[in-house]
Design a protein around this ligand. Sequence first.
Ligand SMILES: Nc1ncnc2c1ncn2[C@@H]1O[C@H](COP(=O)(O)OP(=O)(O)OP(=O)(O)O)[C@@H](O)[C@H]1O
Ligand SMILES: [Mg+2]
Length: 312
Amino acid sequence: MPSIIDISQLSVHFPLDTTTVRAVDGVDLSVEEHETLAIIGESGSGKSVLGLAMLGMLPPTSTVSGKVIYEGSDLISLSEKELEGIRGIRIAWIPQNPANALNPTMRVGDQIGEPITRHSEWTKERVHTKVLELLLKFRVLPPEERSASYPHSFSGGMLQRSLVAMGVSARPELIIADEPTKGIDVINKESVASVFKEVRNQGHTLVIITHDLAFAKDLADRIIVMYNGRIIEIGEPEVFFSHPRHPYSTMLLRSLPEKGLHPIPGRTEESMGCTSGCRFRLRCPDARDRCADEPPLISCGDRTAVRCWNYD
Ligand SMILES: Nc1ncnc2c1ncn2[C@@H]1O[C@H](COP(=O)(O)OP(=O)(O)OP(=O)(O)O)[C@@H](O)[C@H]1O
Ligand SMILES: [Mg+2]
C-alpha cells in the first residue's frame, strides 16, 4: 500500500527550566493509505504529541526536528495559512475530550458543517442537508432537533458521535482520533466502535490513539506501541495480542483487567531521565548489559518490528 504520511526521525522536545521533556524521540513511521493504525502506550508516552505532529499542530513551546511529509510537503515547515488548507479538509483531528471540544455557544449542526462551509462554495441549504445526513448516519437523533441544539444537552456518547460527524464532514483522507473512547460507558463504546468501523469502511485512513486495548484490537490493522517517546513495537493485531514481542508490550497486555490486572512495576517517570540505550531497561525483567546500547527497531517480518536486543 502507498503511504499517506511519512514521518522520519521526528523528535519533539519541550525545554523546561531544569530539564527537557523528550515527548517524541526519533520516530519513523509511515501511515498507509486506507489502513487503521492504533497507537497505544502508557500515559505520557508521546501518543498525542505524535498525533498533533501529523497535523502540523505542535505547540509553539516545542523544539522539533525531523520531517512529517504529506503530499510532498513537510508539515513541520508549512506556514499557518498553508496548514489551514489541510486541517479539517485533508487531515482531521478528533480531539481527546468531547465535552470541551465543541463550542458551547454554537449550535451543533453549525459546528458539524463548519469544515465544509470554510472550504467550499456550498450554499447554506446544501450544508444543512449534509449535516442532517451525517447526524442520521452517526445516530445523533432526531437529526433536525439535534442540529439545532447546543452541546450541553448531549450525552457523552452523542457528543463523541457528533465530533466524528464533524471530523468526516469535509471527507478528509486521514482522520486522527485521540482517545475516542475515553470516559465513555460500555454501551456507548460499542456505538463509537461501530461509527469508526463505518468511517473505515468508507475508505478513510484512520489513526486511533488509545489506552483502550480492546478497542484497538477490534479496529486496527496495525498496532504501534510507544514508550517514552519512541516506537518500541509495530505489530499486526492477530499476532500482537497473542504474542507480543517487546517485554514492555507483554507487561502492558498483562495489565489488562481480563488478564488479572498485573500492574507494570516501576513508573514511567523513572525512565524519563533515561535518554540512552533501551528506555525501558530500568523496568525490564529481561534487562542485560547490552541494553545500555540503543536497540534499533528490528524487523521481524512484513509490517512487524520490535526495539529489543532479544530479537537481534
Ligand atoms: N505543551 C507541553 N509542554 C510541556 N510538556 C508537554 C506538552 N505537551 C506534552 N508534554 C509532555 O510530553 C510527554 C508526552 O505527552 P503526550 O500528551 O503526547 O502523552 P500521551 O501518550 O498522549 O499521554 P496520555 O495517554 O496521558 O494522553 C508528556 O511527558 C507530557 O507531559
Ligand atoms: Mg494523549
